[in-house]
Design a protein around this ligand. Structure first.
Ligand code: UDP
Length: 231
């Protein structure tokens, strides 16, 4: 693996609190990513915003405005985690698809490539920059653009199941599943828009739990406890 895109959900950052940041969790992620970087892997990161806000969080305000708040939540998350990564000894950069003053730099593929070549971890903050999309979509889009080898989907659940294991004790986990099957059966991996882009652009995904020790490091080896979503 030369280049990977790691997707972290906003909730994953908040640990047991369910809101805001949990520094210990973020440092645990940072230490794992440092091992990848030290091994010469180029790492891009997309972070969700659910630990602060989702576009669906209010029924009263305009959806476009609500989604803008969500996108800004992902920028806060990226700035925070970027700083934790720096504290763990990595060089980082935060890119956004819209101007954010001196909080970030404007995203372009060339700029991302330049930072990757310098050994920096590149945070793709602000989602796609458009309302009605999600950081799932941003993850697949950026992974395709930067020609990542794989998307690492670190979740609170340890893979892809045929039904919700929280509701169905007989739910079965897939070791391997095609993205076509994910779409046909509406399996919970990434949202439908993101799934279709992943299928069309043939972008594989490894799904695993962030709660398992060293799961990010294990995932990159391809031998991990989780599900391979193949193309
Ligand atoms: N968001 C958006 N466009 C994007 C990415 C995110 O509008 O390209 C907003 C949207 O409101 C979303 C929130 O940011 O609810 C947080 O993103 P995340 O992907 O974590 O949200 P979720 O999929 O959980 O709603």
């Amino acid at each position: 693996m030369k280049r990977v895109l790691l997707k972290l959900s906003g909730e994953a950052l908040s640990g047991d609190k369910g809101f805001g940041f949990d520094e210990a969790t973020c440092m645990m992620v940072a230490k794992q990513v440092k091992k990848l970087v030290d091994d010469g892997v180029q790492v891009g990161v997309v972070i969700g915003g659910g630990n602060f806000w989702r576009g669906r969080s209010s029924e009263n305000i305009d959806r476009t405005k609500a989604d803008q708040i969500g996108m800004l939540a992902t920028v806060m998350n990226c700035i925070y985690v970027s700083e934790i990564f720096r504290a763990a000894g990595m060089r980082t950069s935060v890119l956004t698809p819209f101007e954010c003053g001196n909080c970030s730099k404007l995203y372009s593929k060339d700029r991302a490539n330049k930072y990757f070549e310098r050994g920096m971890v590149v945070f793709f903050a602000g989602g796609t920059g458009h309302p009605y999309f999600s950081t799932d979509t941003a993850t697949v889009l950026r992974a395709v653009e930067i020609e990542a080898d794989v998307i690492l989907l670190a979740k609170s659940i340890d893979g892809v199941y045929d039904s919700d294991p929280a509701k169905n004790p007989d739910a079965k986990r897939y070791d391997k599943v095609s993205i076509q099957e994910v779409i046909d059966k509406k399996l919970q991996v990434v949202d439908m828009t993101a799934s279709v882009i992943a299928m069309e652009q043939q972008m594989p995904m490894y799904v695993f739990s962030l709660n398992e020790e060293d799961s990010i490091v294990k995932a990159i080896s391809g031998k991990f406890n989780g599900t391979v979503v193949c193309v």
